[in-house]
Design a binder for this molecule. Structure first.
Ligand SMILES: [Fe+2]
Ligand SMILES: [Fe+2]
Length: 264
């Protein structure tokens, strides 16, 4: 995907706004800008106004443009079934979910394990709920329903994307240099998480999520959830009461996405 530096900066308000952000926040802002561009059917307005909400806010709570120059509106949300499944969330809350579908499709095509494919499919869906620290939130949200390895990989993909591993096929994103300059240093807690993950037996699981992540911003790719239905069935422990209603420690996170309009 081509990223127009000026259009991206405009969403932040100013170059000064960018300079006041730490590296982690810059990378988050860029990734979310790209995901929004990918999911949007219309080209961005030439000079978008700075976003008036905090950048850590989840996508379900942010108004979007339905067409060029139209006013921003909150996305229409269909009610969810009484006992929602993960697939219901993809269809009714995460759609079009282009980025995660593209990354899982690449994992599938390159013959990766079902756990990696599921990790790719899930790695960023929490951005609908909250964006800040999305690796940690995203891992927590799925923890009761996936293998420990999958949630671990989702947690650490956030830190790993700042560190190259050419042997694994992950070069440092040139885009970060181009948009933010070369003097780009991740925050200490991110470095710490990286050091920990680098020496962990599951390092490669999280690394492969970042590898597929890099190639998942193609505006022309056509993707669907269909090839992943069986993989979800085999690897995601769907609670029989429905996500949000199983009394798990994370049920409230799923309920928040079912009812994002509830005031309390
Ligand atoms: Fe991510
Ligand atoms: Fe991603």
């Amino acid at each position: 995907m081509e990223v127009d530096r000026r259009a991206f900066l405009a969403t932040l308000g100013s170059v000064a706004a960018l300079e006041s952000m730490d590296s982690e926040a810059k990378a988050e802002a860029l990734e979310h800008y790209m995901m929004q561009q990918l999911d949007s059917t219309v080209p961005a307005a030439p000079t978008p106004a700075p976003d008036p909400w905090r950048r850590g806010t989840g996508g379900l709570f942010i108004p979007r443009r339905a067409e060029a120059n139209a006013e921003r509106r909150l996305p229409e949300l269909a009610p969810m079934p009484e006992k929602p499944t993960l697939v219901d969330f993809y269809n009714l809350r995460f759609a079009p979910a282009n980025h995660v579908l593209q990354s899982a499709t690449r994992a599938l095509k390159t013959g990766m394990s079902e756990e990696i494919i599921l990790g790719c499919l899930l790695h960023d869906v929490v951005l609908n709920l909250i964006k800040v620290d999305h690796g940690w939130w995203g891992a927590q949200m799925v923890e009761p329903y996936v293998s420990e390895k999958v949630s671990w990989a989702i947690r650490y993909h956030q830190a790993l994307r700042f560190y190259p591993d050419p042997a694994a096929g992950y070069e440092y994103p040139e885009l970060y240099n181009r948009i933010f300059g070369k003097d780009y240093v991740p925050q200490p807690h991110i470095k710490q998480a990286y050091d920990y993950a680098r020496n962990h037996k599951w390092y490669m699981e999280a690394r492969l999520i970042t590898v597929n992540d890099l190639y998942a911003f193609d505006p022309k790719a056509v993707v669907s959830l269909e090839p992943f239905i069986d993989i979800i069935g085999r690897n995601f422990k769907q609670p029989k009461e429905g996500l949000g209603f199983d009394g798990s420690p994370v049920a409230h996170m799923w309920r928040t996405m079912i009812y994002p309009n509830n005031p309390l």
